[in-house]
Design a protein around this ligand. Structure first.
Ligand code: PPS
Length: 565
C-alpha cells in the first residue's frame, strides 16, 4: 500500500505550477515579501515541491505541528514523524499576516515558490526537542540538527512551485519521486530496496546488499546522502563518484543510483521513520536501516538501541507501506575470499573508516576490502596524514595552561619544519579577528567558529593551526571540528586543570576581579564551561609540565601519522 487515497508514487504530481500560472505568480510577486532559504532549507523545499514529503503540500501549520509532536500524526491521521516548517527570524515572522503570499527564493534571489501564509508562531523548542529525543534533550541539538537560527519562528502554509532549486552536477541521476517510480514501473521492478548512505560502500557492503536483495527477490536503489551528512568528512563529489564506481560492480543485477535532497538530521527513531516515508515516496518497497552506532564504534554486533528502533519501525510497516530491513555485520572467509553475514559475535569488517585509515597511513588497501575504482577516488580525497594539515585545538578555563602549551607546541612544530604553523591564541584573536565581540554565549560561539574558519583554511592548505580559546560550548566546538576534519586532522585537547588551581594561579588577576564583582560572566565563576565529551586528549597541567604535555601531544601526532619523531 502506498497511501489510503490509492495514489502510487508514480501518479503523485509535483507542486510546480504550469507555465501560465507561473507567469502570473511571477508578475504578482513584485508585491510579495521575500524569504531567502539556506542550503538546508532548500533541501526541504525541494523535498516538498517534488513530493518526496508526500502527502505534505507545503510547510506544516500549527495544528499539524502540534499533532505531529504529540502523536506522530498529522491532524488527518496520517503518520508523520517530524515537523517540516519554515524557520524565519522573529522580525520577519511578526510582519506576516495570515493569507499573505511570500516569495520563497534561493540565496541568489531566484524565486522558486510562493508560500501562502497559513500560520505564524513561535515554537516551544524545549517541548519540540523533548518530543523528538525524550525529556533529557537539549534545544541546542535542534539548532544544530534542524535549523540555523537560534530563536526561530515558524511559518506554515501551502506552496506553489515555480522551479526546483538549481543543480549543476550529476544531472543524470537527479530523478524526482514521480520519475524514479515511473522508471521502476517501466522496468517491471516490483520490489526495490532503498539504500541511503553518507559514506562510500565497499566489498562487505556489496556482499550484504547482494545477500539481502537475493533473499527479498528485490532490486536496489542506491541513494548517496546529498549534501553529505554534517557528521561525515567526505565531500559530495567524491561520495557520488564512489557510488558510481560501486554501482559498476553489480554486473547483471538491477541497481539504480539517484540523488535526493535529503538533509541528514540524525533525529533518532522519528528521523528513521521520515527516511522510510521518503524512500517509499521514491518508489521503494523496502528500506535498509543502518545501525550508525555499529559503524562509528566498530561494535561487532548490532546495538540494542538499533534492534529497538528496527522493531519499532517494523511495527509501523503496514501503516507507512515500506518494509525495514536491518543491515548485517559481514565476516570474511579468508580461505575463499567470500563474505557471510554474522548474527552474533562475528568480526564486523564493513567499516569505511578502516579503509580511510589505511589510506592516510599510506598502507595498501587489500582487495577484499574495497574496489580499485573506489580506492582511486578516495586517494584523491584522503591524502596521507604526513601531507595533511592539522589543527591542535586547546580548550579549557582561563589560566588552565592552554596558551603556554600552545606556545610550546608552536615552537616545537616550527623546529620540526614539516609545515607552516600558525598560532591562534585566545587573547590574540580577541584583539584582532574578534575585537568587536563580547563574552555572551552567542559571541563566544561566533568567536570560536571564526577561529575554526581560519584554522580550516590553514588546514586546507596543508598547514598547522594551533588554537587556544576557552571555547566553553559544545555546539561551536562541534562546528569547528566538522569544518576542519573535512580537510585534515583535528586534535581537541581539553586542558582540564581544575578551577581552584586556575584561580590560585590567577596570572591576569581576572579571577580576583570576578570574585570582587568587577568582571561579570567569567567562565568557571559565573559563566559555564561545558567539558568536551570525547577530546583526543585531556591534560591536567597540575600533573604535567608544559614540556611533558608537549611530548604527549607530539607522541599522539606521531601515532596518528601526522609527524614523524
Ligand atoms: S571564548 O569563550 O572562547 O570566546 O574566550 P576567549 O576568546 O578564549 O577569550 C578568553 C580570554 O579573554 C579574557 N576574558 C574572559 N574570559 C572568560 N570570560 C570572561 N568574561 C572574560 N573577560 C575577559 C581572559 O583573559 C581569557 O584569556 P585566557 O588566555 O583564556 O586566560
Amino acid at each position: 500500500m502506498f497511501y489510503s487515497d490509492n495514489s502510487t508514487p508514480s501518479t503523485v504530481k509535483n507542486l510546480l505550477a504550469d507555465s501560465k500560472r507561473g507567469e502570473q505568480l511571477k508578475a504578482e510577486a513584485t508585491e510579495f515579501k521575500s524569504v531567502s532559504l539556506t542550503p538546508r532549507q532548500l533541501c526541504d523545499l525541494e523535498m516538498l515541491l517534488s513530493r518526496a514529503y508526500y502527502p505534505l503540500t507545503g510547510y506544516m501549520c500549527r495544528e499539524d505541528y502540534d499533532s505531529v509532536l504529540e502523536s506522530m500524526r498529522l491532524t488527518d491521521g496520517t503518520m508523520w514523524p517530524l515537523p517540516i516548517c519554515l524557520e524565519v527570524e522573529e522580525g520577519f515572522a511578526k510582519s506576516l499576516n495570515r493569507g499573505e503570499r511570500v516569495a520563497v527564493r534561493d540565496a541568489e534571489g531566484f524565486m522558486l515558490a510562493v508560500l501562502t501564509v497559513g500560520d505564524v508562531w513561535q515554537p516551544d523548542r524545549a517541548r519540540e526537542a523533548a518530543a523528538i529525543w525524550g525529556d533529557d534533550a537539549h534545544t541546542e541539538d535542534l539548532s544544530v540538527c534542524q535549523c540555523e537560527l537560534e530563536h526561530p519562528w515558524y511559518v506554515g502554509g501551502a506552496l506553489e512551485g515555480l522551479a526546483f532549486p538549481q543543480h549543476y552536477d550529476f544531472l543524470d541521476i537527479r530523478l524526482t519521486p514521480e520519475e524514479l517510480s515511473a522508471s521502476f514501473e517501466q522496468k517491471g521492478l516490483k520490489k526495490v530496496i532503498g539504500v541511503q548512505a553518507g559514506r562510500p560502500l565497499h566489498q562487505a557492503d556489496r556482499a550484504m546488499l547482494k545477500e539481502i536483495a537475493a533473499e527479498e527477490n528485490a532490486s536496489l536503489l542506491l541513494l548517496p546522502l546529498m549534501p553529505p551528512s554534517m557528521y561525515s568528512s567526505i565531500d559530495h563529489f567524491t561520495l557520488v563518484r564512489c557510488f558510481k564506481e560501486f554501482m559498476g560492480t553489480f554486473q547483471g543485477d538491477t541497481v539504480a543510483l539517484n540523488l535526493i535532497p535529503w538533509f541528514e538530521r540524525k533525529m533518532g527513531p522519528r528521523d528513521a521513520l521520515l527516511r522510510a516515508i521518503v524512500n517509499r515516496n521514491y518508489g521503494c518497497t523496502h528500506i535498509l536501516v543502518w545501525d550508525s552506532d555499529t559503524r562509528q564504534r566498530k561494535h561487532e554486533t548490532l546495538s540494542a538501541e538499533f534492534q529497538t528502533e528496527l522493531g519499532w519501525l517494523s511495527e509501523q510497516q503496514d501503516v507507512i507501506g515500506i518494509k525495514p530491513i536491518a543491515e548485517r555485520c559481514m565476516a570474511l572467509n579468508e580461505d575463499n575470499g567470500a563474505y557471510r553475514s554474522t548474527h552474533e559475535g562475528g568480526f564486523c569488517i564493513n567499516d569505511h573508516h578502516a579503509i580511510v585509515d589505511l589510506l592516510v597511513r599510506e598502507k595498501t588497501v587489500p582487495d577484499w576490502m574495497s574496489f580499485p575504482g573506489i580506492i582511486k577516488e578516495l586517494k584523491k580525497k584522503y591524502k596521507p596524514r604526513s601531507k595533511q594539515g592539522f589543527t591542535l585545538f586547546f580548550t579549557g578555563l582561563s589560566g588552565a595552561g592552554k596558551s603556554t602549551m600552545a606556545k610550546v607546541l608552536y615552537v616545537k612544530l616550527l623546529e620540526m619544519n614539516s609545515r607552516p604553523v600558525t598560532l591562534l591564541d585566545g587573547d590574540y584573536v580577541r584583539s584582532n579577528l574578534s575585537s568587536e565581540l563580547n563574552f555572551s554565549k552567542a559571541h563566544r560561539n561566533l568567536n570560536v567558529t571564526r577561529i575554526g574558519f581560519v584554522a580550516s583554511e590553514i588546514v586546507k592548505n596543508g598547514g598547522v593551526a594551533v588554537c587556544a580559546p576557552i571555547a566553553p560550548y559544545p555546539e561551536s566546538r562541534r562546528i569547528v571540528r566538522g569544518a576542519i576534519e573535512e580537510h585534515g586532522g583535528f586534535i581537541e585537547i581539553h586542558v582540564s586543570t581544575p578551577l581552584e588551581i586556575c584561580e590560585q594561579r590567577d596570572r591576569k588577576g581576572i579571577y580576583a576581579k570576578a570574585r570582587a564583582g568587577i568582571i561579570k560572566g567569567l567562565t568557571g565563576v559565573d559563566d559555564p564551561y561545558i567539558e568536551p565529551e570525547n577530546p583526543e586528549l585531556r591534560i591536567d597541567t597540575t600533573k604535567l609540565t608544559p614540556n611533558e604535555a608537549a611530548q604527549v601531544i607530539l607522541q599522539l601526532l606521531s601515532e596518528k601519522g601526522f609527524v614523524s619523531l
